[in-house]
Write a protein that binds this ligand. Sequence first.
Ligand SMILES: C[C@@H](O)[C@H](N)C(=O)N[C@H]1[C@@H](O)[C@H](n2cnc3c(N)ncnc32)O[C@@H]1CO
Length: 147
Amino acid sequence: MRMLLIHSDYLEYEVKDKALKNPEPISDERKKDRLDEVLAVFISVEKVDESNPEEVVEKAVAEIEDVVKQVKAERVFVYPFAHLSSELASPSVALEILQKIEEKLKEKGYEVKRAPFGYYKAFKLSCKGHPLAELSRTIVPEEGVSK
Ligand SMILES: C[C@@H](O)[C@H](N)C(=O)N[C@H]1[C@@H](O)[C@H](n2cnc3c(N)ncnc32)O[C@@H]1CO
């Protein structure tokens, strides 16, 4: 898994067209959304993650929580982003992993939104520009350890 984490004044998106034959079904209110004072987390789920999704979810949540605490972000935007890797996981596994990351962060008490999966989206992002405002993380499951 590849993550790009941008501490931002805001992130807003608007769904445009389908980018997959069967994108995630979404309600009208999720067609456009915005969060202010947010840690935007752009995530490419990778093939290697398919060997141990649970572990990758755990590691991703730990990394995101670590950065949230460092930059003192008030909320998190989980943003599916297929452009950080050339070894993408299947859409079904990727969506599941992203939903689990959202769920676990909410369980920890964070205010979290997740941008819709399987669409082309317009977005606006206002990076804060401080030294920790732009970070990337790579997460891989332990070699061959599959539950
Ligand atoms: C297109 C661009 O504007 C938009 N931002 C986009 O990336 N859309 C992606 C993700 O929402 C999702 N998607 C599919 N596979 C994956 C994956 N392995 N990891 C993350 N997202 C995925 O499916 C879309 C097409 O790849």
